[in-house]
Design a protein around this ligand. Structure first.
Ligand code: SPV
Ligand code: MN
Length: 614
């Protein structure tokens, strides 16, 4: 392999023949011109960043010294579900996602990989998922020919060269092999027909080829996630598509929550609620440590959607994007060296360069669609340390933080109330988490308001049978002092289609949940769980938002809508009936909820005002 003495010494210093074997195997196959082995030093980090600029995968922007922009191919702007597959043996099937015969898949990617790095530099990088030297930590080695991918990973994950060195032969690790493939003059991939993202669960290796978009390429993010979901279910802990945040309670108390929401349901905006404590926005590991559920952020940065970010709705993010902190913008509009995106403050120019190349207002793509100034999945990559609302201690704690509550958030016009606490861990896992749905929005093609099943907001990544995943969840709560489970819905509407809540109300729900996990307020028991009492919300609205909360609003928002809730139960149950190996508990728990709803309907009718349950 084409490796200099100096770089080889870096590999040898790790004293793990497996690592050398891994690098050697793929270097020989992909034939890079040179190899760079990245340690944890700032110098090496700067080298990678400088390479991203030199190779043209990123370009400097005019506003701040360390802001850059990267473009992905026009047709490589999001996770490619169609060309992502879990490699399986003996015809195994995993519901909801693509699978591919392992031998066939490996043959295919090995063929694509032959010589794919010719003329390029290969980067070998070492990272830890979760804090280093921690019971949560899982190590990974990334091989990539994209300095942009390596650069992004350095902002998003904790580096772990020294950790590998400390562990020597004992280090176990996930492996990620990525090539951006042959690039055009804009440095975007030329062979999208050969784009493949194949996940080999058996050897814990992920192959990502002929793609650049972060969700397809950043090994430690959604690629590793498929592996950690399986590992967690095997070992009895939870690897979740969840933010992690601290909510400030009375007298300096802080309670930590994780939250899972399908996309466009308020996940990022919840963990960024003003005055609370951000720990992570996307992925959490949750383990039982000493009989307590504890959680960490898997990551160290944010790869966030930039569309709609403005100074009023997202003050923390806005500030970071307008600061000296390092930022990689991707697939935004650049005009005169400045970044622009849909939904930002101020005017957007009529010309510039974006994910389609040179862009002007009214430009259409080959399919005849008008091209917006920035892609709706355009992103920003930043370190968490840039955020003033960061809870830095929680982010770095090797044993994580004690988890008080889990939140599941759907988008649903007429079913769930704004906030509701489950009766128990089991009830929450099944009737909240495993029953999560989100409605399609105007942002996606097709009919609006169609509900999509998305248990724990994790369906795209569900690399193991759902029954096994849910079974592990249920068991987790039996061995630890389980956190309370809540469901939220920020999108409830009245009969005329008007939203019943404002964007700011979520702060009140968070504060109520914080009081509940500490036993500070009572609640009203309804057939679907506990809901807040009017007096408590009235006080919280006034205290937190300076708003008068009317009894009429409360009644509208928290009315139990029996027909819609029963229809939802039926929809969800029908899905689970089609699957194999679903724990019987799931059906029992749903049946019990159905019974409670029917009994309540007999007593009070279809639409039941919350205070009828007092
Ligand atoms: C998501 O889609 O859930 C993301 C972005 O967090 S991606 O990295 O594409 O998965
Ligand atoms: Mn995500």
């Amino acid at each position: 392999m084409n490796i200099s003495r100096e770089q080889m010494e870096r590999l040898e210093a790790l004293k793990n023949p497996e690592i050398i074997g891994f690098v050697e195997k793929f270097a020989e196959l992909m034939e890079p011109e040179s190899i760079f082995v990245c340690t944890d030093s700032d110098e090496d980090y700067q080298y990678i960043r400088e390479r991203a600029l030199r190779y043209g995968e990123e370009r400097e922007l005019r506003d701040y010294d360390n802001h850059t922009v990267h473009f992905d191919n026009y047709y490589d702007q999001a996770r490619d579900k169609e060309h992502t597959a879990i490699l399986v043996e003996n015809g195994a099937k995993i519901p909801f996602i693509n699978t591919k015969d392992r031998d066939e898949g490996l043959n295919e990617v090995f063929e694509i990989m032959k010589g794919i790095m010719r003329g390029k530099e290969m980067f070998v990088c070492f990272f830890s998922l979760g804090p280093r030297e921690s019971p949560f930590s899982i190590l990974g080695v990334q091989i990539t020919d994209s300095a942009y991918v390596a650069h992004s990973e350095h902002m998003l994950y904790r580096t772990a060269y020294e950790e590998f060195r400390r562990l020597g032969e004992k280090s176990e690790f996930f492996r990620f092999v990525h090539s951006a493939g042959e690039l055009d003059e804009r440095k975007t991939n030329k062979n999208l027909d050969k784009r493949r993202i194949y996940i080999d669960m058996k050897d814990e290796i992920v192959y990502s080829l002929n793609t650049q978009y972060g969700g397809n390429t950043i090994g430690l993010k959604k690629l590793a996630f498929r592996l950690t979901i399986a590992k967690a279910a095997e070992e009895g802990w939870l690897s979740e598509h969840m933010f992690l945040m601290g909510v400030n309670g009375p007298d300096g108390r802080v309670s930590y929550f994780t939250g899972a929401y399908p996309s466009m349901c308020g996940k990022t905006s919840t963990c960024m609620v003003k005055g609370e404590r951000l720990v992570g926005d996307d992925l959490s590991f949750i383990r039982d440590i000493g009989g307590e559920p504890r959680a960490v952020n898997v990551e160290n940065g944010i790869f966030g959607i930039i569309q709609g970010i403005n100074s009023e709705d997202d003050p923390y993010i806005w500030k970071v994007l307008h600061s000296d902190n390092e930022v990689i913008f991707s697939n935004i509009l650049v005009s005169d060296g400045m970044p622009y995106w849909t939904g930002m403050d101020g005017e957007i120019p009529d010309r510039g360069e974006n994910h389609s190349g040179e862009w002007w207002k009214g430009k259409r793509d080959e399919e005849g669609n008008e091209i917006p100034p920035s892609h709706k999945n355009a992103r920003f990559t930043v370190r968490l340390s840039a955020f003033e609302n960061l809870d830095a201690e929680a982010l770095d704690a090797p044993k994580g933080v004690r988890l008080s509550g889990m939140i599941f958030g759907g988008r649903d016009a007429d079913t769930w109330p704004p906030v509701c606490e489950s009766f128990s861990w089991k009830h929450g896992v099944i009737c909240k988490g495993a029953s999560l749905e989100s409605e399609t929005t105007a942002a996606t093609l097709g009919k609006e308001g169609v509900r999509k099943f998305n248990p724990m907001a994790i369906l795209d990544f569900m690399s193991i049978p759902l029954g096994k995943y849910i079974d592990n969840y249920l068991k987790f709560g039996e061995k630890t002092r389980a956190p309370k489970i809540f469901a939220v819905n920020y999108f409830l509407r009245d009969k005329d289609g008007n939203f019943l809540n404002s964007k700011l109300d979520k702060k009140v729900w968070l504060k109520w949940m914080e009081l509940r996990v500490n036993g500070d307020v009572d609640a009203i028991e309804t057939p679907i769980g506990y809901i807040p009492r009017y007096e408590d919300l009235k006080r919280l609205f006034s205290q937190e938002l300076g708003k008068e909360y009317s009894h009429e609003d409360y009644t509208k928002q928290f009315t139990i809508r029996v027909p819609e809730l029963l229809a939802k139960l039926e929809r969800i149950e029908a899905i689970y009936r089609e699957l194999d190996d679903i724990p019987e508990d799931l059906f029992n728990e749903m049946e019990a909820e159905r019974k409670r709803l029917i009994e309540a309907r007999e007593k009070y009718g279809d639409y039941i005002e919350p205070e009828r349950f007092l």
